[in-house]
Ligand binder design. Sequence first.
Ligand code: THU
Length: 130
Amino acid sequence: MDLNQLLERAIEARKNSYSPYSKFPVGAAVLTNDGKLYTGCNVENAAYGITVCAETVAVAKAVSEGSRNIAAVAVAADTAGVCRPCGSCRQFILEFGDEIVIIMGNLKGDRETRSIKELIPFSFSSRDLD
Ligand code: THU
């Protein structure tokens, strides 16, 4: 699977978004180094602050199924430019490797690819705990 196909899976996963409060559906997809795929969408709550983002759901699904070897994460929403992961999601993704590729997109076909390290420079990581 290539990165564009991964982004398409994120766009598909967005359809399952539960976002009655923001009305901003987001989809995500995680690809592992051994070719496994996990999708996610944002899941909101009446207690707004406990909402979970699409990327975090997809990464948690991968890790909870035994797949920590994440190669790439795709994220998509109906945005003017590409949809970028929030700071919390960047930190959550970084935990599993600073070379993870992030492909960001929207419904119009805009695409941008960066490494997670580029998206969260000067970050706090497990190395700081040693
Ligand atoms: N959201 C995500 O799912 N991922 C992000 O990286 C940014 C924001 C969701 C959270 C909330 O449900 C909605 O988008 C509006 O913030």
